[in-house]
Design a protein. Structure first.
Length: 112
């Protein structure tokens, strides 16, 4: 490829300076707008994260999970205690029930 040669005497320096100045101003304006938009977006994200919207919701969910976990733990302890009581009061009946449940489970597993 052969590049065209420009005759230096045909270049209007003043016009080039004016066009370059317009280009520089336009670039500056675009940079300012982009900076303002990025700054505004970062402020919105920061305010959402710090403004209690997300953090308070996560905190309330954590509290609810802790409460539910404690209730489940208490309920399971009660169920185990009741089962132990029943088994100790009626050991033969408990053994017969466990044997029957085992037979049913074996029958279901053979069919499957």
């Amino acid at each position: 490829m052969c590049a065209k040669r420009i005759d230096p005497s045909s270049i209007d320096i003043d016009q080039l300076k004016q066009e370059f100045e317009k280009f520089r101003v336009g670039l500056g304006d675009a940079g300012e707008k982009l900076g303002e938009n990025a700054h505004a977006a970062l402020e919105q994200i920061t305010s959402y994260l710090n403004g209690g919207g997300l953090s308070s919701r996560v905190a309330s969910i954590e509290e609810e999970l802790e409460i539910l976990g404690a209730r489940l733990k208490g309920t399971s302890k009660d169920a185990v205690a009741k089962l132990e009581t029943e088994v100790s009061e009626r050991p033969l009946a408990s053994l017969a029930i466990a044997f029957g449940v085992g037979l049913l489970a074996a029958g279901f597993l053979r069919r499957g």
